[in-house]
Ligand binder design. Structure first.
Ligand code: BF8
Ligand code: SF4
Length: 644
């Protein structure tokens, strides 16, 4: 195959060529050989019991004179609707479980830090800690009258940690953020529909149960529990991780950085931090800067230690420390193929098993760090333990340094990187907008009402090797900008934007319509705002809520001139995220393929039926520019309803 057809990113194309020349297999080689099963791709294959797999692909309408074929059902009688809905539900489960389990780890670390049992970590953002304490009804003061005094940070954090940890295993009641943070109307809607989540784990377990053989076999009812589960992700686990990570590691503020494989340095020890949880990477960052470590690297002939991120760990490190990003999901094998990576450190999620093989072709040490995620053929496993995190981090960095003299393949680092300005947390946007009338998001609303900004779009999610790498993110984002729609990005989409130079204030003049360009220039922001990793999609929920609360744009998220998209999605997490956006009232369009097309009825329910219930709905559009146009049409529909 021609590498130029696989990506619009020149650094990626250059490295695929290098891989081909060296005979190293990458995901694109495998994709060429393996075509997806068409029945499975539509969600129309049930394999949840051993009487199957039962395949129930849609039947074509008979031509005149032909006999109409009957739609197949599973051996147990399960209809296409039930089978497709169950498969969709289990994707929501997988995605929500990934986020909520990540979150649990952060909450447990937070408790250890609060008790002073995790050396090296500390509570960095006291303001945000206090905000959380207010949400969870943890008092900030004690005593009465003249005896009233502030409680210590530690005491507040200890009580807060216990209250948050309870939410993971909570059996009934309501998740605090879901019941307190969204607009009032949304909270009432969820309560009336019976989809307010009770806890972070219970919704996933119940949905797994209900999609077991012979349980819930009515697709509306299955979807209802999907909604509850997805909300427990977006307004539960994901939001808890974002907030606690900010408390522990600092709430992001604007910071500049660089992105693409060109951030690797031939004369430095290069360490790629790949995965999702910032807990250990924060310590690796500290260790890599220690004078003894730098000296150790120099003793081995390197000029220093270069950390670079990959996937969502990259977003976490870039947003908080300006550590450069090597690339997004589809670039993970390619980073090793540069021949310059001395260690790739992985934890959980989105790590290809093929990394072990690629690493073997080079000198790279593939170091797994999470007992939940081992990779056959890994070079070594150094398990994270928050009580000894700094020592573990030092050990990892030393392993990389020790490996520097072992480089053997010719090193080729593409000379391609782009500057970025990132760090747009919900709080930072509020600060930058700065207006004092009715809360500062009113400044944004004012620009939307005045028409300079037509609307807001979230463009998020993965890369997918079935779509030319980054192409859909970029085509969609540029179409939105041209039409004065401001774009919020996270995950691999944010990195695609960064590599194209869209995360710079200069991009405003180059890509935006006149209204949006003027607003960005006045405020001094890029037209595409990097809000973080995939758990940080919760920041987008908070920004949307702030727009509603600032006034002038209706009374619920579903009233906003806003839309969401994941044009290159691939993971179950993306489905859970998509569904919590839909459940929060957002029109959400995916690209590539959609895993429910095996049932026209169920798909129609997701794409049209849900609008009436939730105010948000799903869509599928393969052409990213057309998808952007659909988002703009939705934005215009909402503007018309608001009379603006
Ligand atoms: O959580 S966008 S490919 S890296 S799943 Fe994975 Fe998708 Fe990238 Fe981050 Ni999110
Ligand atoms: Fe087939 Fe029903 Fe078993 Fe699914 S649950 S595999 S449809 S018999």
């Amino acid at each position: 195959f021609d590498p130029a057809t696989k990506s619009v990113d020149p650094a990626t194309v250059e490295m695929i060529k290098k891989a081909q020349a060296a005979g190293v297999e990458t995901i694109w080689d495998r994709a060429d050989k393996m075509k997806p099963c068409p029945i499975g791709a539509e969600g129309a294959c049930c394999r949840i019991c051993s009487q199957g797999p039962c395949r129930v692909p849609p039947v074509k309408k008979a031509k005149e004179g032909e006999e109409q074929k009957k739609q197949a059902v599973g051996l147990c009688g399960a209809t296409a609707e039930t089978i497709v809905a169950r498969n969709f539900a289990r994707m929501v489960c997988g995605g929500a479980a990934a986020h909520n389990d990540h979150s649990r780890g952060v909450a447990k670390l937070f408790k250890e830090v609060a008790h002073g049992k995790a050396p090296g970590y500390k509570i960095k953002d006291i303001r945000k800690l206090k905000q959380l304490a207010r949400d969870y009804d943890v008092p900030l003061t004690e005593g009465e009258g003249d005896d009233k005094k502030s409680r210590s940070t530690e005491v507040i954090a200890q009580e807060l940690a216990d209250k948050i940890l309870v939410e993971f295993g909570q059996q009934d009641g309501e998740l605090v953020f879901a019941a307190k943070r969204p607009p009032k109307k949304r909270i009432e809607l969820w309560r009336n529909l019976g989809v307010m989540p009770r806890g972070c784990d219970i919704e996933i377990v119940e949905l797994m149960h209900r999609t077991h053989m012979g349980v819930d076999q009515e697709y509306h009812n299955i979807l209802k529990q999907c909604t509850r589960t997805a909300i427990s992700d977006g307004w539960g686990g994901s939001m808890i991780s974002t907030d606690l990570q900010d408390v522990l590691f600092g709430c992001p503020v604007p910071v500049s950085g660089e992105i693409n494989l060109g951030v690797l340095k031939e004369d430095h020890v290069n360490i790629i931090i790949h995965g999702h949880e910032p807990v250990l990477p924060e310590m690796i960052y500290v260790a890599s800067q220690e004078p003894e470590i730098v000296q150790y690297a120099q003793n081995k002939g390197a000029k220093g230690v270069q950390l670079a991120g990959m996937c969502c760990s990259a977003n976490e490190l870039l947003m908080r420390h300006g550590i450069p990003t090597a690339g997004n999901y589809l670039q993970q094998e390619l980073a090793i193929i540069t021949g310059a990576v001395d260690a790739m450190v992985v934890d959980v999620q989105c790590e290809m098993q093929s990394l072990a093989n690629v690493a073997k072709c080079y000198h790279t040490k593939l170091i797994t760090t999470d007992p939940r995620a081992r990779i056959e053929g890994e070079t070594m496993h150094i398990p994270m333990d928050e009580h000894h995190a700094i020592e573990i981090a030092r050990q990892i960095v030393r392993e990389a340094i020790d490996n520097f003299p072992n480089r053997r393949a010719p090193v080729l680092i593409p000379d391609i990187k782009y500057p970025t300005v990132v760090g747009f947390s919900y709080e930072t946007i509020q600060y930058l907008l700065g207006g004092s009338i009715r809360g500062s998001y009113y400044t944004l609303n004012d620009n939307i009402i005045g028409g300079r900004v037509r609307g807001v779009a979230g463009v998020v999610g993965c890369n997918n090797c079935r779509t030319p790498h980054d192409s859909a993110h970029l085509a969609m984002t540029k179409e939105l900008l041209k039409n004065d729609v401001i774009v919020l990005v996270t995950g691999c989409s944010a990195m695609a934007a960064g590599k194209e130079g869209l995360l710079t204030p200069e991009a405003a003049v180059k890509y935006c319509g006149p209204g949006l360009a003027e607003v960005c220039e006045t405020v001094g922001i890029p037209p595409v705002l990097h809000m973080g990793s995939c758990v940080d999609n919760s920041r987008i929920l908070m920004a949307a809520t702030a727009c509603v609360k600032a006034g002038g744009l209706g009374s619920d998220i579903s009233d906003l001139p806003a839309a969401g998209a994941a044009p290159e999605w691939m993971s179950e997490k993306a489905i859970s995220i998509g569904h919590y956006f839909v459940s929060s009232g957002v029109y959400t369009v995916f690209g590539g393929s959609f895993p429910t097309t095996g049932s026209a009825l169920f798909t129609d329910y997701l794409f049209r039926g849900l609008e009436e219930e939730l105010g948000g709905m799903w869509d599928l559009e393969l052409d990213p520019v057309l998808a952007a146009k659909k988002m703009i049409a939705h934005i215009d529909k909402k503007r018309a309803a608001l009379g603006i």
